[in-house]
Design a protein around this ligand. Structure first.
Ligand SMILES: NC(=O)c1ccc[n+]([C@@H]2O[C@H](COP(=O)([O-])OP(=O)(O)OC[C@H]3O[C@@H](n4cnc5c(N)ncnc54)[C@H](OP(=O)(O)O)[C@@H]3O)[C@@H](O)[C@H]2O)c1
Length: 204
């Protein structure tokens, strides 16, 4: 069976890849050991299907620093430990021209043409693939429409700074909305699938 490629996007309303402070940004609203609904949709619900997580160099080193099992603070909620254990278990693909080796077990360095990299990964054996970021990598994934589906977490903040998701593009990428839900603190979780055919805008 073909491996599904999913891209995750976490952004403010103005398309910045930051996690700003806002009511609800700190702790889950109920049991602190249980993930919020957005975390379940973006991660927990998919743990069993995913065997590869792809990250750009900055995102990879950031995850190693914050989310690897050895970096996890002892008082962190259980669901964050579960996330770390998930990351330890899956193969992590780090995209980089600069790095020569990786200090995280079960990880692999790749570089070059992103379309070819995604095609190669899809042809390998394994479960589904998540492309996790950062924003620059994801912008390229969207520009080339390389993912089968896209999960957006849109936070209710106009931030005005931080890494951007959106850059000028020569052609549009059209997506089909599969589901939209809003979270208790005003985040939107939007799930889209890729539309492969050319659907040029006919608006006059
Ligand atoms: N909101 C979010 O979802 C999110 C997620 C992750 C990170 N972040 C934040 O965003 C910032 C980093 O994001 P970013 O977008 O600047 O960086 P990024 O996408 O994580 O990393 C960019 C780097 O990835 C490498 N890369 C990308 N495509 C490649 C390819 N095809 N072949 C080889 N290397 C490739 C390059 O590394 P080399 O320079 O080594 O070639 C490039 O400089 C951080 O501040 C982080 O905290 C936000």
């Amino acid at each position: 069976m073909t491996r599904k490629v999913t891209a995750n996007l976490y952004m403010t309303l103005d398309g910045r890849g930051e996690f700003p402070k806002y009511p609800g940004s700190d702790l889950p609203s109920g049991d602190p050991d249980e993930p919020d609904e957005f975390f379940r949709k973006m991660w927990t619900d998919r743990y069993s299907d995913v065997t590869t997580v792809v990250m750009g160099r900055r995102s990879f080193t950031g995850h190693l620093r914050v989310h690897s099992l050895k970096a996890r603070k002892p008082d962190a909620p259980k669901f964050m430990f579960d996330y770390s254990r998930f990351l330890e278990r899956v193969e992590k693909v780090c995209l980089s021209h600069r790095l020569k080796k990786l200090d995280w077990e079960n990880s692999r360095l790749l570089k070059g043409d992103l379309s070819k990299i995604v095609k190669k990964l899809k042809n390998e054996k394994g479960g589904n693939i998540i492309i996790e970021g950062g924003p620059r990598l994801i912008a390229e994934v969207l520009r080339l429409n390389l993912a089968d589906d896209y999960w957006f977490l849109v936070m209710p903040v106009v931030f005005g700074r931080g890494p951007r998701y959106w850059y000028p593009m020569k052609s549009q990428t059209t997506l089909k909305l599969l589901s939209a839900s809003h979270m208790p603190y005003g985040e939107l979780v939007l799930h889209y699938e890729a539309v492969r055919e050319k659907t040029a805008s006919k608006r006059k």
